[in-house]
Design a protein around this ligand. Structure first.
Ligand code: ACO
Length: 448
């Protein structure tokens, strides 16, 4: 049972003794001292509200654009220690899961808190496999998109459209309804993603193959041509499965916050997930690995790397080394380390991506350069993922879609945690109003 914090108190005397779990705040406008409880390394923003200059004052708020230092929830799903470069799903290190686990096992773990037993795993895999088909009407919906529609736009639209096929999804407080929609979303997102790609290529849709695993079946739906049975390369299937594991969850990032924000109004999970896909679409979130490829192609060759590094340093932040730096990681992103190792295995099958040599040289020079060392800029997950996707012949437009497929399990785990959290309310931030004060309306005919 979690220890309950003390109630916030107003204290007009000397600050309390050192050693208590409180924060004493002196309001210099009034001279009053307030004693705010500290729990889990946080103070409650609502405790600030009692800090007023007069009884009709609204009370103090915290101001935090971009949520740089605001915890919006308590979560038990993912832990990141950015300074040490640690990432845990439900307590398990990402390195161990990536080496020994599968994506579907990871999705089960993230959603349920524990690794499945053999029987639970078999049941889970079967349920996901049986839900991979989509209603034929969704295909018709897809045919309405232009031939060159971006697959991420198609994915967001078709995920939202699924809400109309499963009206029971509205029953967000019914655990059984939630379970079914979670299975459907995890099962159907690879199908929607692959169909969006095939639409853009003018290729007939390839239906799911229930004899293949999650990643293998996705490769089948993407790349199957006229052969009766698509033969999956075990190395590429494993690599894609590892990429899925690495992207499954990453605590309260932009798209997960969107999922929670929309979910907090009790919208169904299809509409909430469509919103999360929208958030992931942005170049500052799901689009960085595409930028890495463009940057490497622009540099062109290994010998031009020092000149590019010089340009980055002299630009004052204007030109960035894409795939480097992270809001949370101030050390090597553990996911990048796994991908760097895996790249060699993939390239043995696909042939070496010529851009890899430029990437390795960039990393070598940047990790020794004072500019990057001082700012704690290390490779992030996007530095190597794009090179691997490209070698596997995924088109660049599809990169954010490849991120959305596994992140679906993380979004859903976070959504479920939100729904079950009695303390959560509809997400409704405050604002600092800087606009005009009250004034009377002037009819148009009297305005100059
Ligand atoms: N190249 C060169 N300089 C950089 C880079 C970079 N990639 N990233 C940060 N810096 C510099 C900034 O110019 C700044 O320097 P200054 O102190 O002299 O002004 C300093 O490092 C701090 O940078 P911020 O922008 O304040 O760091 P923030 O935490 O806000 O940004 C971000 C993190 C957006 C990821 C940033 O590092 C970046 O733009 N990286 C490149 C894009 C990228 O790879 N994004 C993928 C992130 S991973 C993901 O989303 C899955």
């Amino acid at each position: 049972m979690e220890k309950q914090p003390q109630a916030a108190t107003l204290s007009r005397e000397t600050p309390p003794a050192v050693g208590r779990d409180t924060l004493s705040v002196v309001d210099n406008r009034t001279g009053k001292t307030y004693d705010l409880p500290i729990q889990n390394g946080t103070v409650r923003a609502m405790d600030l509200r009692q800090i007023k200059t007069s009884p009709d004052d609204f009370g103090l708020m915290s101001y935090d654009p971009g949520f740089m230092n605001t915890a919006s929830c308590k979560s038990r799903i993912t832990f990141i220690d950015g300074d040490k470069g640690i990432l845990l799903y439900r307590g398990y290190p990402i390195e161990q899961i990536a080496e020994q686990g599968t994506y579907l096992e990871t999705a089960y773990l993230i959603l349920n808190g524990e690794l499945p037993s053999k029987a639970q795993y078999a049941d889970w895999v079967e349920r996901i496999t049986l839900h991979t088909m989509i209603h034929e009407n969704v295909k018709e919906l897809m045919s309405g998109f232009r031939y060159d529609a971006h697959p991420m736009g198609m994915l967001a639209s078709t995920v939202a459209a699924l809400s109309t096929f499963y009206p029971d999804a509205k029953r967000v407080h019914d655990p059984l309804a939630r379970k079914l929609e979670i299975q459907r979303l995890i099962a159907k997102i690879p199908t929607l993603a692959a169909f969006a790609y095939r639409h853009s290529m003018g290729l007939p849709y390839a239906y799911p193959d229930n004899e293949l695993g999650y990643a293998g079946n996705f490769l089948n739906m993407m790349f199957k041509k006229t052969e009766v049975k698509y033969l999956v390369s075990p190395v590429l299937e494993k690599a894609l499965d590892v990429l899925f594991i690495l992207h499954a969850d990453h605590e309260q990032n932009c798209s997960t916050s969107a999922m929670r924000g929309i979910g907090s109004s009790e919208a169904d999970p299809y509409c909430a997930a469509a919103g999360a896909i929208g958030a992931l679409y942005g170049p500052l979130h799901g689009g960085a690995n595409e930028q890495v490829l463009r940057m490497l192609a622009e540099i062109g060759s290994k010998d031009k790397v020092p000149a590019f590094i010089k340009e980055v340093k002299q630009s004052g932040g204007e030109v960035r080394l894409m795939g480097f730096g992270h809001r949370v990681y101030k050390n090597y992103d553990p996911r990048a380390r796994i991908l760097k190792k895996m790249a060699d295995q993939v390239f043995e099958v696909t042939g070496r991506n010529p851009l890899l040599d430029i990437a390795l040289e960039l990393e070598r020079i940047a990790l020794e350069d004072e500019y990057f060392v001082k700012r704690k800029l290390y490779p992030n997950v996007d530095f190597y993922s794009g090179l691997i996707y490209q070698a596997m012949t995924f088109p660049v437009d599809l990169f954010p879609v490849l991120f959305a497929i596994p992140r679906m399990s993380g979004w859903l785990a976070q959504w479920q945690e939100l729904i079950e959290d009695k303390e959560q309310r509809i997400a409704r931030p405050r604002q600092v109003y800087l606009g005009a004060s009250r004034r009377d309306y002037v009819p148009l005919h009297r305005r100059g």
